[in-house]
Design a protein around this ligand. Sequence first.
Ligand SMILES: Nc1ncnc2c1ncn2[C@@H]1O[C@H](COP(=O)(O)OP(=O)(O)OP(=O)(O)O)[C@@H](O)[C@H]1O
Ligand SMILES: [Mg+2]
Length: 456
Amino acid sequence: MNVEDVVEWVNNLIVDKTGEHLTPLQEAIVTGAWQRQKYPQIAKDFHCSESHVKKEAAKLWEKLREELGEDLNKLNFRSKLEKKYRVSQASQLGHCLLQIDNINIGGQFIQTIEDTKIRSPNPPNSPQNNERSPLIDLTEAPELTSFYDRTSELSTLKQWILQAHTRLITVYGLSRIGKSALTLKLIEQTQTEFDYIIWLSLTNTPTLSTLQTELKQFFGRSPQPPLPTIIDYFRASRCLVILDDVHNIFSSGQLAGEYLAEYKDYGKFFKQIATSSHQSCLILLCWEKPREITALEAENRPARTLHLKGLGEEAAEILREKGLADEEKWSDLIALYQGHPSWLNIIAATIWELFDGSVSLFLADGTDLFLGDLEPILESHLERLSDSENKAFYWLASQNEAVDISQQPTDSDLSKSELWQAIQSLARRSLVEKILVGSRSKFQINPVFQQYIKSK
Ligand SMILES: Nc1ncnc2c1ncn2[C@@H]1O[C@H](COP(=O)(O)OP(=O)(O)OP(=O)(O)O)[C@@H](O)[C@H]1O
Ligand SMILES: [Mg+2]
């Protein structure tokens, strides 16, 4: 039994018990306890305070006591777990062997959030349909680690899907802002409403026909008779399909949401999903909003877009998890880094590296926003801009305040319509924000990107 098995095993226990996965710190505690490390060492490796590790460890042991015994603590964790693991392996061996053929259909592992048993969908319109047992394949989904807040986004998405029967939902926002995490949470909370749930990533840019074949293979795993097209499955059953990293089929150097030449048929497919009548939902996760989605929304089609921004006050939980000091300064730090969970995680690591966890010292100078390890992440967005977007972006960056774009600017070589289109596109990439100044809407560059341009 190696340490990865241990972490996975404990994670599964916690998921069964609480529905939540181990946080990164809890994983570090399990790893450390297995390797018989002391708390100060775990805290040092995780860049957080020893008292924070002790507090988290106490909570974790409490959750594991039912399984591993009332006297569980860090010192006896390894021996108790080894004993428990041996017993569970012995009792499950026969059972697992019986199930392997069912689980590994087509070489792909089917998992459910609650357990690893394959489950067949109920026939559509069957009496049990208000509590469905969906067939779920999340093989291509990332793992859900820590998750805080997003209450209002989750309730918006649930309202769109369950009450308004929206057929096409786009969740777009900056890289690492939490699109996948939010959608995994949504699945956890709505899975019993569906017959099929599948997550497919477009990172390796499959053609539309490859994607459709994959979908049909997945639907074909149920005992229901096969159907000719994806829309037929969408009509016959309630399906939830998530396409992740959709920006990979968009072109760099063009306005936001323009398909690469060989992927234009995806646009038609998305339109068909929004305009045909069926009972299913397709969710697209991407960095930039696809262009035709705006038109579909404007035509009052059942298509909706969620622009995902940073976390609010709840981002403080990330800083707490990281064990940073000076809580009174946390809201300043969160505001500066826009509650972006991943940026805050990265900056928290820097604060540990440079200031031993002191947020006050990190912010003491109060001048330029520190970017450090965020730079390559910001650059990956700017690399995708078209010529006109680049010009508009640098023009906006050179202005000292938010600008009113109703008049042709004298100091830009873009025509008014080129400028408007470029700014619209930059906003669809979350790089430019519209803010209300008095009664007028004005545009400004996202301040973190503004700082990046300034520092270059
Ligand atoms: N609600 C949240 N609470 C705490 N941490 C979060 C939350 N959402 C995201 N994170 C953190 O940010 C990381 C990135 O999240 P996620 O993978 O969901 O982003 P993404 O928007 O899907 O990124 P990409 O565009 O690269 O696919 C997660 O691994 C997690 O550490
Ligand atoms: Mg993602």
